[in-house]
Design a protein around this ligand. Structure first.
Ligand code: BYC
Length: 333
């Protein structure tokens, strides 16, 4: 949306000269002074690339993330629950749009980002490659997945890149409602019949470990963390955010009367932290490589939705061209 205003004539000699040491020092000084970087400001190519990577992955996650929950809209147990779920899934679509717009300010058209996703070249969050088997999964996703998302995304409201930081403020407000509706759903089930409680426990058993993986590899294995943190794109490390999430979520689970599928989970009195057992990074890596329980199904659904929506995009483009022509003709009168 802002791409027309961007000066993208840098490549060759100019970009090389621009990326010189003095410019880098001045750029880092702006970051250190907590100034926001805006689309037309000079930025190192690596900063631009990192933001495009992260924001587009984030946008794809929101869009692919509509699928597991969308699966339950027609089977929600009451009209109230159906309305809540519809609104939530629609919110996720909106988050995708804000994020694609934020990424476009860096000079990459949305169509190109979508193409990368559909070609299997772009990542999206590992969490959306798990199936939603029962209604309790909708509660578990709101409570755990949106809970983990908020923990990761609140610090992004202070990201050094202005358009991303501003998009995140609105997204976080909506995610907070999502988390609460998920917890309320889990509470209802946990206080319900023994069958409902079993369903809630089963959903927690299946979603707990994948939720912890959402924060990304351990700090030791995270390739981008140190540069991202120096640029203040990322404010808190993967492991620290994961620990914060565990510390907040475990007491919530105990309040529900549920148990966590981790025999090593225990409160360390000295630090006040809940210590957890080892995370199965083999499973995480398999999902990132495209071989999770639902990777193929998710991509097939996105490709079909994209193909089915081609006529809408064509109609919208034709309408926009017609309006622009009309406005031009009017201006020329
Ligand atoms: N899944 O060096 P690292 C939502 C990748 S949607 C897949 O630590 P970084 C919601 C990582 O991209 C929530 N890939 O990277 C929607 C990198 O790969 P590349 C989505 C992952 O960037 C609907 C490599 O592993 N949230 O809330 O410093 C319904 C090395 O990692 C994952 C965001 O996208 C993963 N879990 O840190 C409900 C937040 N973890 O690019 C809810 C924005 C890591 O080198 N993103 N990878 O090929 C971030 O905060 C950061 O990008 C990450 C990773 C913490 C995810």
């Amino acid at each position: 949306m802002y791409t027309q205003g961007l000066d993208q004539r840098a490549p060759e000699g100019a970009a090389k000269a621009a990326d010189d040491a003095a410019a880098l020092v001045a750029f880092q000084a702006r970051i250190d002074a907590e100034e926001k970087i805006e689309p037309n400001d000079w930025m190192p190519q690596g900063y631009r690339r990192t933001l495009v990577r992260q924001i587009s992955q984030h946008a794809h996650s929101e869009i692919v993330g509509m699928l597991p929950e969308g699966n339950w809209i027609t089977r929600a147990p009451s009209l109230r629950r159906k309305m809540i779920l519809l609104a939530k899934v629609q919110d996720e679509g909106g988050h995708g749009l804000y994020l694609y717009s934020a990424a476009e300010t860096l000079g990459v058209p949305r169509a190109e980002m979508v193409e990368q996703l559909l070609a299997g070249k772009a990542k999206y969050s590992s969490i959306f490659n798990y199936p939603t088997l029962t209604w309790a999964d909708i509660g578990a996703i709101g409570w755990l997945v949106d809970g983990a998302a908020i923990m990761n995304q609140v610090p992004l409201c202070r990201c050094s890149y202005g358009p991303y930081a501003r998009a995140m403020i609105r997204i976080c407000r909506e995610e907070s409602f999502h988390q609460r509706q998920g917890y309320e759903l889990m509470l209802k089930l946990a206080q319900g019949t023994s069958g409902q409680k079993r369903m809630a426990q089963d959903a927690l058993n299946r979603w707990w470990w994948p939720s912890l993986m959402m924060f990304g590899p351990s700090d030791k294995e995270s390739i981008h963390s140190s540069q991202n943190m120096a640029w203040k794109i990322k404010r808190v490390s993967n492991d620290d955010l994961r620990q914060k999430f565990i510390d907040v979520t475990v007491p919530q689970g105990h309040f529900l009367g549920l148990t966590f599928p981790d025999p090593e989970l225990r409160l360390d009195e000295a630090s006040g932290h809940w210590l957890h057992g080892p995370i199965d990074w083999t499973e995480f890596n398999r999902i990132l490589a495209g071989d999770g329980p639902c990777n193929r199904e998710r991509m097939a659904a996105r490709r079909k939705a994209h193909a089915d929506g081609a006529w809408v995009r064509e109609a919208a483009a034709a309408h926009a061209a017609k309006r622009a022509n009309r406005q031009r003709a009017k201006a020329a009168e």
